[in-house]
Design a protein around this ligand. Structure first.
Ligand code: ADP
Length: 587
């Protein structure tokens, strides 16, 4: 019987099996399980009864039938065996006898079913030995004397029911847990599915935008690439195949050196390093394409920084500027030819006017003399302009090379000051020279030309009585880099250095400065005045007799020396022009 009870975890089945088996074994007329409800009422929830007797299953009994004090006694383990309910020795109240006789009860055996009894899987919140219900056997046909074995059997079965109850409770709890876990899993599964869908959508969007990007970059006649911090291509467009004959798939993952060859790589390497140190670079160079032709290109590198500002690589854009270069060359050649052709007649015109102004060939009227002087002045300007154009053209075309040698900065400064002295006197400007013996590696004639250009501007734009200072200083780059964390000495010098990206790191350089107290230069013009024919005020050329080429020539000269040139100024207070050239030794 115990086995039958234990076989099922379904409480209803257990109870039914119990009453059926007890009824069969005890040959009782009725066996039932009466559940005590928390409000004190109760009802039979399982019953096995012979046909001859009324069923009481499901009937609800008020609390009076089974008062609280009785319940407490049973909770303490009391059992009751009544052989004859009518026997006064049974101690049942008259009314109760009447009540139970309506169910034909003559003898009864009652054992309590306690919850938590000997059960290790108890719910700790329920106190021990709580009365759950009663296992009751009725004899209806006649009185019956219940023997010990029967009592013992009933008690043991009640215990089994207790265990079954605990197990059913545990099962219920487990089922609840399983249900909760299943719901959680279902939820997790749902969000997982959602995530998979989102990812698939994102991937497809990414694929689409990648395709679009490829379509766009492939349609453009420029080289577009992404290079990682190991200098390996990670992306490149179709133009690479058209220019270099290597399809993008072959280039991807290759080192710059492998793709471009040793010579070209040497040229691009300093700029690549600059980009990988986090600075944008723009430069012009020449490359050899698959046909063997040399093309001029403009290259831009934009560093790729992550959120921590670490350089991950750089984006590279290379465009063909060969045609523009060819046109520029033609234009320069034309200017050079015209200037050459102008120079000879201009020189004779200039000489003729000079002789006429001396009055040796006869005197002119005052008006005539005045006109002659104007003609002479303008011819002077024209000669300067033609000379400047030719100078610039010669430096730019590489027709003249800087003959660099060791020279003393102080000598060059003295030479430049001496040649500008007459002009300074004419403008009543004081020249203050601060020469220092520092050896530089330069073409002395061209450095003197740069200095005189700067001094001439400083004098031109100063008022009478003003001073123009010329000074020089030695800059130990290694030292200044250590102390300032940068290669150059001043912020502007750093700015310049970055822009030109031209010079290789040199151990030391010499910084020349030409400072004036003149009208100053507006901040937005500080860069542009180094371009050809750029003047702060277009009337400067007429008023001051300039050509607009002086600073362009200076820049070309300094760049040829691997130096940098720039200006700083405060309107109304004056300007300072700086340039650097490599130093030879430390002083
Ligand atoms: P220019 O022959 O006209 O002097 P530059 O190229 O030497 O040509 O100079 C270009 C322009 O820069 C000048 O016209 C002037 O407007 C400005 N500039 C150059 N130096 C100075 C200076 N020391 N003070 C003020 N303006 C200057």
């Amino acid at each position: 019987m115990t086995l039958k009870i234990r076989q099922s975890l379904q409480l209803k089945e257990i109870l039914r099996a119990t009453v059926t088996e007890v009824q069969r074994i005890l040959q009782a007329d009725r066996v039932l399980i009466y559940q005590v409800l928390p409000d004190g009422t109760g009802k039979p929830i399982s019953e096995a009864v012979l046909h001859a007797y009324p069923e009481i299953l499901g009937m609800e009994f008020p609390e009076e039938v089974f008062p609280k004090e009785y319940q407490q006694l049973y909770a303490q383990g009391r059992v009751r065996a009544i052989a004859d309910v009518r026997d006064p020795a049974a101690g049942l109240a008259e009314c109760l006898v009447e009540f139970i006789e309506q169910f034909d009860i003559r003898a009864k055996l009652i054992v309590p079913i306690l919850q938590n009894l000997n059960s290790p899987q108890i719910n700790a919140s329920i106190p021990e030995n709580q009365l759950w219900g009663l296992l009751i056997a009725h004899q209806c046909s006649q009185p019956r004397r219940w023997d010990d074995f029967e009592l013992e059997l009933m008690q043991q079965l009640a215990d089994q029911i207790s265990i079954a109850l605990a197990q059913a409770q545990l099962l219920g709890h487990l089922e609840e847990l399983v249900e909760m876990r299943t719901a959680e899993l279902r939820e997790a599964n749902h969000s997982l599915q959602q995530e998979i869908n989102d990812r698939m959508q994102a991937e497809s969007a990414l694929r689409q935008s990648e395709e679009q990007l490829r379509l766009i970059t492939n349609a453009l006649p420029v080289l577009i690439a992404y290079v990682d911090d190991q200098q390996r291509y990670r992306f490149n467009n179709q133009a690479y195949a058209d220019w270099l004959g290597q399809p993008p798939s072959q280039i991807c993952g290759c080192h710059l050196q492998t793709v471009w060859g040793e010579d070209c790589y040497q040229r691009m390497s300093p700029y690549v390093e600059e980009a990988l140190s986090g600075r944008a670079v723009i430069y012009e160079t020449e490359i050899k394409i698959k046909t063997g032709a040399i093309r001029s290109v403009n290259v831009t590198y934009i560093p790729h920084l992550d959120e921590q500002q670490t350089v991950k690589g750089f984006f590279a854009l290379t465009s063909d500027i060969s045609e523009r270069k060819a046109i520029e060359r033609m234009k320069d050649e034309f200017i050079s030819v015209v200037s050459h052709e102008l120079r000879t007649p201009l020189t004779s015109l200039h000489s003729a006017l000079k002789i006429l102004t001396t009055g040796r060939l006869g005197t002119l009227s005052t008006d005539g003399q005045q006109m002659l002087e104007i003609a002479d002045e303008n011819t002077d300007r024209l000669v300067r302009l033609v000379n400047n154009v030719l100078d610039l053209q010669r430096i730019e075309s590489g027709e003249v090379r800087m003959e660099k040698q060791s020279c003393n900065a102080a000598d060059l400064m003295i030479q430049a000051i001496e040649s500008m002295q007459p002009m300074a006197q004419q403008h009543e400007v004081i020249l203050s020279n601060h020469p220092v013996d520092i050896l530089i590696w330069a073409d002395s004639d061209y450095i003197v030309q740069a200095l005189t250009n700067l001094l001439s501007n400083a004098i031109k734009f100063s008022a009478p009585g003003d001073t123009v200072w010329l000074s020089v200083e030695y800059i130990d780059l290694a030292q200044s880099a250590k102390s300032s964390g940068a290669r150059s000495v001043t912020p502007a010098a750093r700015r310049k250095g970055r822009k030109s990206a031209k010079s290789q790191p040199t151990p030391a350089e010499v910084l020349f400065q030409v400072r004036d107290q003149g009208q100053g230069i507006p901040a937005d013009k500080l860069e542009s005045i180094f371009e050809r024919f750029q003047q702060v005020d277009s009337s400067d050329s007429r008023r001051k007799g300039g050509t607009g080429l002086g600073l362009t020539i200076c820049r070309k000269i300094i760049e040829q020396h691997d130096g940098r040139i720039w200006a700083e100024s405060k309107l109304g207070e004056g300007s300072t022009f700086f340039f650097t050239v490599p130093a030879l030794q430390q002083h």
